[in-house]
Design a protein around this ligand. Sequence first.
Ligand SMILES: [Zn+2]
Length: 102
Amino acid sequence: MGTWEGEMCEYCGGSIIEKRGTRHRKVKTRYLLLEKVPAGFCVQCGTRFYSANGLKTIQGSIRGRRKADGRVAVPIVLPLAERRKQDQTVGLPSHLWRGTGS
Ligand SMILES: [Zn+2]
């Protein structure tokens, strides 16, 4: 049935079932969530295996050949030093970062 039917885990010899999971990858300044990536999952030791096809899909998405299917806002927390650097370079007008008042 599935891609992993009859496959055995190369580490423990357990049987492999197919699971779809969310993978995330940071590429340069972009952060990608890849949803429902098919992977083989060993029922005994939990090792995950990716088929060549699955990996191709991931790499295709990263290179931007495939359009993203959606966007989510990912909160970014910078280390303090980085944040200071940003404050200097961005130079927001003071009324903006103080809030627009009343
Ligand atoms: Zn295993």
